[in-house]
Design a protein around this ligand. Structure first.
Ligand SMILES: Cc1cc2nc3c(=O)[nH]c(=O)nc-3n(C[C@H](O)[C@H](O)[C@H](O)COP(=O)(O)OP(=O)(O)OC[C@H]3O[C@@H](n4cnc5c(N)ncnc54)[C@H](O)[C@@H]3O)c2cc1C
Length: 808
């Protein structure tokens, strides 16, 4: 075994081998994979080997498509058969709600280049002869489904990597990982030590334990999973003889089953509701090529549905039941990327569909390690989407929920119950008493809307029970004054003699003068966006930044990676050490004036001003800015004072008709101002010009800010896309996000977010289209639930286009 390597990959499952292959293919050949046993000694060897392109997140779907396209290449390169059978498949709907969901999947497929086709239940039965069409209302055909040989694929990756110069050391167990003072990693094994610049944790079933070697508690947990293999079926033999083809794959969402042909019989797997965690706290090191005890009672309810939906199963014996463990992150997507605070330590774990996702994970990670960027939008897989709040018990609750809901529909207005009430702010009970309906963001409870007694969300793809109540909240803001809790923003404090110079380099905007704020785009080295913030200069060398709450860990990783080595800049993510309230609407200033002794007149406290002031008895930081696009203020307050500030504002607001509003009303308000937000409109694959944030980029400022060259190049060449707001002739359903935008009979763009703008009474969608058609005002269509609606570009904001309300 070599003593030094550029990269050590820990784990010889399908994911580790894919990472190794991609690093070598990308030119890093001084790389070694360490496997404690034979390759495939974790989850990989007993997988059912199914692969498919669809995923709830379109960007993960793209990487799945890439993974499937890769198998031919690694087979040719390695000479090792992968056993790929591209049979195609049907996705089945037993209810109308499921069919609506599938139509959304078909629509997404249009701009992802995934060929999906809606078909009737009878047409599905012609393709997949074992199903009873009377049990289904429709289906979708996917030509890119199939299955493979898990061991063959893993060895093909490893052999191809070796051919390119990488090394694989089997029976080499990593026992400890120690960071040297010079930043290199000592990877200590049962056979000696390798010193490496980078370490990749692809430990699969043991990813938690490998993480613990460097003090990390990764949010991953293994679940038991069962599939059965039947005796040979005459129906299968008859079909094979008649068509000369295998029986195609089927996913029966309502039965929570997946099926495919296995030799002369069938394989049927299920994600059962009564699921079981495996090795809750510690994965045993002596677990290897073993299976777990099958428990047919646990999967009996699913099998009962299976027998009804696929009657031939009832007549056939079960040959074998496989029960094996594999890992999940709380949301079921992989955990990939560099770990904040541990330079050179990377993860590629929590991959629950290694044969659909392993290639994409390897590609993204190798790009990231070698080029400094994953080269694709992998937010949905980024390990930084979780923070320390994702504790072991939280992970346990969410993983179990996610497993049991693997094939369930999640409606756009549906909030899930597991792992809730983890983080609450001090006014949680006060807002609950006012009817707050709660959602969750980065572990924190956030008010979505306020319901009268007895009213709650009815889950739907269409406008629902909250519609008129959200409309009332919006009216309160636009007509008098509303108050919202905004503690879910990320908040950062920055001080130190080097802070201003550092901010000037890290942000693309001009720095605000003391007492002022500005919108602050942050760019990557390639000039694309990596964040959008409000930057406030509090004065006396103190800076305050507010940004996307869900990206706190993501942005801290970036900030810290770019901090100067000396201690001239002090940076702190404030999390819930600072809570927030916002007031907005034409009467907002009157309310503020009543509770504060500061001069809050338009002259004394103009738009984008920031100052410390007391609200009632509570010391606060107040900025005159509002995501509602109205006259408004954001109020930042330490949690111990939040109740006092809240009560003071409520009391002062009474005479002005102050009412509470939630994040759904805020969405309706920002839509009519064409305001975007991080992770929806602004993501790391768009440039500031494309995203419409170029007006905040100080291209000519003296500071050599990160991404300047790329941003200037984008401005010169014009980029490829443009973010546009559209008004569509919707009926009873608005866009959610990820719908295709049609122009001239072809899919040309995609929706990033939208909804109903209650004040303007318009259905709004925001999305990207190619710049060549971005200035056409008409001729667009947006597809909602399988139906195309005429859409027009709305260039000027629907509300307060001249900024009179906001600045007055
Ligand atoms: C019953 C069942 C059916 C499944 N069906 C499918 C399917 O149809 N399609 C699909 O895509 N996925 C399926 N999966 C999931 C799939 O198996 C996983 O997504 C995949 O195997 C994950 O691979 P991995 O490389 O991340 O982890 P693992 O396969 O667990 O590999 C991790 C490797 O790391 C090694 N390792 C760990 N710690 C150390 C250490 N300290 N030192 C050295 N080596 C170490 C282990 O020995 C192991 O070989 C199924 C899983 C099960 C259980």
């Amino acid at each position: 075994m070599k003593s030094h390597a550029k990269v050590v990959v820990i784990g010889g499952g399908v994911v580790g081998c894919s990472v190794l292959f991609h690093l070598a293919r990308h030119g890093w050949t001084d790389v070694v994979l360490l496997e404690r046993d034979e390759l495939t000694s974790g989850s990989t060897w007993h997988a059912a080997g199914g692969m498919h392109t669809i995923n709830g997140d379109p960007n993960v779907a793209k990487l799945q498509k890439y993974t499937i396209s890769l198998y031919k290449e690694i087979e040719e390169l390695s000479g090792q058969a992968t056993g790929v059978h591209l049979t195609g498949g049907v996705l089945l709907a037993a209810t109308e709600a499921r069919l609506d969901w599938l139509r959304g999947v078909v629509a997404k497929g249009r701009y992802l280049g995934i060929e999906l086709e809606e078909i009737s239940a009878n047409e599905a039965a012609e393709l997949m002869p074992l199903l009873d069409p009377k049990q289904f209302v429709g289906a979708v055909r996917n030509k890119e489904d199939g299955h493979l040989d898990p061991s063959g694929v893993t060895h093909a990756y490893a052999k191809a990597a070796r051919k390119l110069g990488a090394e694989v050391e089997r029976f080499t167990k990593v026992e400890d990982i120690v960071r040297r003072p010079d930043g290199m990693w000592r990877v200590i094994t049962n056979k000696g030590e390798v010193v490496a610049e980078h370490v990749v944790n692809a430990g699969g079933l043991w990813a938690r334990e490998v993480g613990r070697m460097v003090g990390l508690e990764l949010p991953v947990l293994a679940m038991e999973h069962m599939y059965l293999i039947t005796e040979d079926m005459p129906e299968v033999a008859a079909w094979n003889a008649k068509t000369g083809t295998e029986i195609i794959h089927a996913v029966d969402f309502d039965g929570e089953l997946y099926l495919r042909q296995e030799r002369g019989g069938m394989l049927m797997g299920t994600y059962e509701k009564a699921n079981k965690v495996w090795s809750e706290f510690q994965t045993p090191w002596n677990f290897g090529h073993e299976l777990l005890e099958p428990d047919i009672d646990r999967i009996a309810p699913s099998l009962e549905v299976g027998f009804r939906h696929f009657p031939a199963f009832e007549r056939t014996g079960i040959k074998q039941i496989i029960n094996g463990p594999f890992t999940f992150a709380p949301d079921g997507n992989p955990l990939v990327g560099p770990v904040r605070g541990l330079p050179g330590f990377w993860v590629a774990c929590g991959v629950m569909a290694g044969f659909s996702q392993g290639g994409g994970v390897g590609l993204a990670l190798s790009n990231w390690m070698i080029e400094g960027d994953p080269g694709a939008d992998i937010w949905a897989m980024d390990v930084a989407r979780y923070g320390d709040w994702a504790t072991m018990a939280y992970t346990n609750a969410k993983v179990r929920e996610n497993y049991s809901r693997r094939f369930s529909i999640r409606f756009p207005n549906e909030e899930l119950p597991a792992g809730r009430l983890l983080k609450t702010t001090p006014i949680y009970d006060l807002l609950s008493a006012k009817g707050a309906q709660w959602g969750v963001s980065y572990g924190l409870e956030v008010p979505l809307w306020y319901a009268p007694a007895g009213v709650k969300d009815e889950f739907s793809w269409r406008r629902s029970s909250d519609f008129s109540h959200v409309a009332n909240e919006v009216a309160t803001v636009r007509e008098s004054v509303g108050m919202a809790e905004i503690s879910n923003f990320a908040k950062y404090k920055m001080t130190g003699e080097g802070a201003a110079a550092w901010l000037d380099r890290i942000f693309a905007c001009k720095l605000p003068k003391p007492g002022r704020m500005t919108l602050a785009p942050m760019l990557k080295d390639d000039g694309k966006l990596i964040g959008d913030f409000t930057l406030a200069n509090i004065g006396d060398g103190e800076w305050f930044i507010a940004g996307s709450g869900i990206a706190e860990q993501y942005h801290m990783r970036w900030f810290e990676a770019h901090l100067p080595a000396d201690s001239s800049v002090r940076l702190e993510a404030l999390g819930q050490k600072l809570t927030g309230l916002a007031i907005a609407g034409p009467k907002a200033r009157d309310v503020l004036a009543k509770v504060s002794r500061a001069d809050v007149s338009n002259a004394g406290f103009p738009f984008m001003a920031v100052a410390k002031m007391d609200i009632g008895t509570a010391p606060c930081l107040v900025g005159r800015v509002s995501y509602t696009g109205d006259l408004g203020y954001e109020i930042w307050v330490a949690p111990e004072y939040q109740r006092a500030a809240f009560r003071a504002l409520m009391a002062a607001g009474e005479e002005f008709g102050l009412g509470l509003f939630g994040s759904r009303a805020l969405n309706a308000l920002r839509l009519e101002k064409n305001y975007g937000s991080w992770a929806r409109e602004y993501r790391p694959v768009y440039g500031p010009l494309e995203a419409g944030l170029d007006r905040f980029v100080a291209y000519g400022k003296d500071a050599d800010f990160i991404g300047k060259t790329g941003a200037l190049a984008e401005r010169k060449q014009g980029g490829k896309l443009r973010l546009r707001t559209f008004i569509l002739d919707a009926d009873d359903a608005d866009v959610i996000g990820d719908e295709p935008i049609w122009y001239d009979g072809a899919v040309r763009g995609w929706v990033t977010s939208g909804g109903y703008a209650h004040h303007s009474k318009k259905s709004v969608a925001i999305g990207y289209v190619p710049k060549e058609i971005a200035d056409k005002s008409d001729g667009f269509e947006i597809e909602v639930l399988g139906k195309r609606h005429a859409a027009r570009v709305q260039a000027a904001p629907l509300f307060d286009a001249n900024f009179e309300r906001m600045r007055a």
